[in-house]
Design a protein around this ligand. Structure first.
Ligand SMILES: Cc1cc2nc3c(=O)[nH]c(=O)nc-3n(C[C@H](O)[C@H](O)[C@H](O)COP(=O)(O)OP(=O)(O)OC[C@H]3O[C@@H](n4cnc5c(N)ncnc54)[C@H](O)[C@@H]3O)c2cc1C
Length: 380
């Protein structure tokens, strides 16, 4: 499908910024685990923080197709930066739009959509990721001289922007006996006493994005920070994942595209057996296959995003896009390394980093197995 002129204009603006200010530094940021705060502000100024948030709440007032286009562009410059922006949009801003009351939107959504704040999403715990209803973190209602609100205790695992974020959407158990219906969602400022960054994970890739283990130790928050109603937590958490999966799929395509473009350029320059390796049919076939796979994934993503924009439920299509794009991206990035030969395996060229960065796309926001379960259920 063709992008509209408006979507192309957004694409051009973000691409110019990313290729000028982000891509040239991605390798260094990865080596130094540098969080690109200044460049994230630049992306925020372009409307990348709250892409699908209406302008009345300080968002860019665009749609999910624009979000997919934007995340592809950011990921083509740096996968880690795209993860930070992706989480802020979906699930954080999308959940706020759907579930927050006007006071909560004024206090949290506006700055999140403008980029004055950065959001995190705390669902996963050390013992449960795929099975989101097995949470152990608790939120107990208290009303005493110190606090009219909730006291949170527990551990959250693998939280993107858990350290650098300003506010976290946290799922916790308020009624153990109610099972899935006993989970609630809270807005927790990361400076709240008892919000403790216990550790930063030493990851395979995406080093510029912090992935934190968060300890909630008698963390007190006001009752006004309950999102939706008690017991709606799981529904709220899952509601953010449809758009989130479109976002991860778009990141996958962006990283695959960057690896492909680097490989294509290299193939036209590297000479073996008297001619550029691009002119050896095996290499050209490999690049052709890569280009086709990237385009196929992009079309699945744009289809799912267009359904979401039209208000059509697209759980299956978002899962298909995420599954296909993330698995495609690993294959394409591996093929890019092959095109580079030995130079693909060292960090002088970007494909080594991109291969490490893209691997997690098959894991976060639901593993590939979970996407298959979702697609299978939709077929039943
Ligand atoms: C870099 C990074 C960033 C992340 N960011 C966030 C974040 O911001 N917020 C957040 O809440 N979480 C985040 N996560 C967590 C991520 O979403 C989980 O890791 C993911 O959902 C998988 O959960 P798990 O690691 O517990 O794996 P598990 O659920 O233990 O799964 C382990 C394996 O078993 C398979 N499996 C599990 N159940 C089934 C089943 N029923 N059928 C078939 N196979 C199954 C899985 O597919 C997987 O291969 C992040 C993770 C990483 C690595």
């Amino acid at each position: 499908m063709q992008l509209s002129e408006d979507h192309r204009a957004v694409q051009d603006a973000v691409r110019a910024y990313v290729q000028g200010e982000i891509a040239p530094h991605a390798a260094r940021w990865d080596k130094e685990a540098h969080f690109p705060a200044a460049e994230l502000k630049g992306l925020a100024a372009l409307g990348c923080y709250g892409v699908a948030v209406p302008t009345e709440w300080d968002g860019a007032g665009l749609d999910y197709l624009a979000l997919a286009v934007i995340l592809e562009e950011i990921a083509a410059g740096d996968g880690a930066t795209s993860t930070v922006v992706s989480v802020n949009n979906c699930p954080v801003c999308s959940i706020m739009m759907a579930w927050a009351n006007d006071a909560q939107k004024a206090q949290w959504l506006r700055p999140l959509a403008r980029g004055d704040m950065l959001g995190a999403f705390c669902l996963t715990e050390p013992h449960v990721g795929s099975q989101a209803d097995g949470l152990k973190t608790t939120a107990v209602r208290v009303s005493d001289s110190e606090c009219d609100g909730y006291v949170l205790n527990g551990v959250k695992q693998f939280i993107t922007s858990g350290k650098n974020g300003d506010v976290a959407i946290v799922m916790a158990v308020t009624d153990k006996a109610a099972g899935k219906r006993g989970i609630s969602t809270f807005l927790v400022p990361t400076h709240a006493p008892g919000y403790i960054v216990a550790r930063i994970e030493d990851k395979m890739g995406q080093h510029a994005s912090d992935t934190a283990q968060i300890l909630f130790e008698n963390c007190r928050i006001p009752a006004a920070n309950l999102l939706g109603e008690e017991g709606q937590g799981l529904k709220i958490a899952l509601s953010g994942l449809e758009g989130g999966r479109i976002g991860i799929a778009a990141q996958s395509v962006g990283m695959a595209r960057a690896a492909f473009e680097a490989a294509l350029q290299y193939a036209k320059e590297r000479v073996a057996f008297g001619k550029p390796i691009f002119e050896h049919q095996a290499v050209q076939f490999r690049l052709g296959e890569m280009a086709m796979q990237i385009e196929a994934a992009r079309q699945l993503i744009h289809h799912a995003a267009s359904l979401k924009d039209a208000g059509v439920p697209c759980l299956k299509e978002a899962a298909m896009a995420k599954l296909f794009a993330s698995e495609m991206a690993e294959r394409v990035c591996s093929a890019a390394i092959q095109v580079f030969g030995g130079y693909g395996y060292v960090s002088d060229f970007p494909v080594e980093r991109i291969y490490r960065d893209v691997r997690v796309c098959q894991i976060y926001e639901g593993t590939s197995d979970v996407q298959k379960i979702l697609i299978g259920r939709a077929l039943a």
